[in-house]
Design a binder for this molecule. Structure first.
Ligand SMILES: Cc1ncc(COP(=O)(O)O)c(C=O)c1O
Length: 348
């Protein structure tokens, strides 16, 4: 049995009745060869980027579909996954009326985007083991709760969310369950996108910003039911993924060796870094991580952060986040960078 949803109930009325912008590249979709394009007020002189990009990124989606095992009709691409998250608010949350739930300590943009969209963000703290508090989430949910954000592996804690709890939420939550898998490529766990046929209320986001090494091109992915993808396509800016990003993404995704080599090197370095961090006497705790960073508890995060800066090393001080007192989030770097970090940590 698959879980159905009433998309009509979840959608904002203005989005339901929206007639989307039809771009020049939407109207004529025939072949390019031998055609003269005088339909989009572009500069005709060819420099590689004088034409608007494919608004539906067909070639790139076909490649992503092949790699991720998700049909193209279930894929939406955005200007980073941040854009995807923003569009979810704009599609489903009526400003001033609807609400979403996020589970701190977690990725800060859920809260920022809810603020930008004037949508109440109901925060349900993770439990002390950094797992979702299911009864707490249920207590906070009402008829206007449209989105629930689960970040797995979670940023900044690095852990996976318990799959049994995620399943229960998918079975029972009456809005969309958004699973942010920005760090899934570093994890041993398989993507929740495999569950899309079963759960129509599931939305999975991923990104090329982390393991694929393409944070600069801003390419975020969303996997969801065809109906949800269709909604996102209706409200997105027509050319939201630019031509250069589409080209770079396609070429990186076609070069699997480089991706595998870099990812394996990061994972090797992560294991090495863990052993070294354990030797530092003011490191009190290193939380298990399925991502490319560690959340590390130290004796005094403000002091150690400042000392690292004086050694020209920037980490993220997460000490002001709930449950994260005196923690630093440290990204795994190259061999040389990690060595530099360890030497600095030993010196200070
Ligand atoms: C959990 C999580 N989601 C999303 C993002 C943003 O991804 P993108 O670069 O695709 O916008 C980040 C970036 O740090 C992140 O940590």
């Amino acid at each position: 049995m698959s879980r159905r949803i009433d998309l009509d109930r979840l959608l904002r009325p203005c989005v339901k009745s929206l007639k989307p912008y039809s771009s020049a590249r939407d109207e004529y979709t025939g072949g390019k060869s031998g055609m003269v394009f005088l339909d989009a007020n572009e500069n005709p002189f060819d420099n590689g980027v004088n034409r608007y990009p494919d608004p539906h990124q067909k070639e790139l989606k076909a490649k992503i579909s092949e790699i991720k095992g998700v049909p193209s009709a279930n894929i939406f691409l955005g200007n980073g996954s941040d854009e995807v998250l923003d569009l979810l608010f704009r599609a489903f949350c009526e400003p001033g009326t609807d609400n979403c739930i996020s589970l701190p300590p977690t990725y800060g943009m859920y809260k920022v985007l809810s603020g930008i969209n004037n949508v109440e963000n109901r925060e349900v703290l993770l439990r002390s083991d950094f797992q979702p508090d299911k009864p707490g989430i249920e207590k906070m949910t009402d008829a206007n709760t449209k989105l629930l954000f689960l970040c797995s592996p979670n940023n900044p804690t690095g852990n996976l969310m318990n799959p049994d709890v995620i399943l229960e939420l998918l079975e029972n939550f009456n809005g969309l369950v958004v699973i942010d898998e920005a760090y899934i490529d570093f994890s041993t766990s398989e993507s929740w996108s495999k569950q899309l046929p079963k759960y129509k209320n599931l939305v999975v986001t991923q990104t090329l910003s982390k393991a694929y090494g393409l944070a600069g091109i801003r390419l975020g992915m969303c996997f969801a039911s065809k109906e949800i993808i269709e909604v996102l396509n209706r409200i997105k800016p027509p050319y939201n993924v630019n031509e250069l990003s589409q080209q770079r993404a396609l070429s990186a995704l076609s070069n699997r060796n480089q991706y595998e080599n870099e990812k394996n090197s990061i994972i090797r370095e992560k294991n090495r870094l863990l052993k070294q961090l354990l030797q530092i006497k003011y490191v009190k705790d290193i939380f298990p991580s399925e991502a490319n960073f560690f959340l590390v508890r130290v004796d005094d995060a403000d002091k150690r952060y400042a000392q690292l800066i004086s050694h020209r090393i920037v980490v993220r001080n997460r000490g002001n986040q709930p449950l994260c007192k005196n923690t630093l989030r440290i990204t795994v770097g190259t061999w040389e960078e990690n060595d530099f970090l360890i030497k600095a940590l030993q010196t200070i």
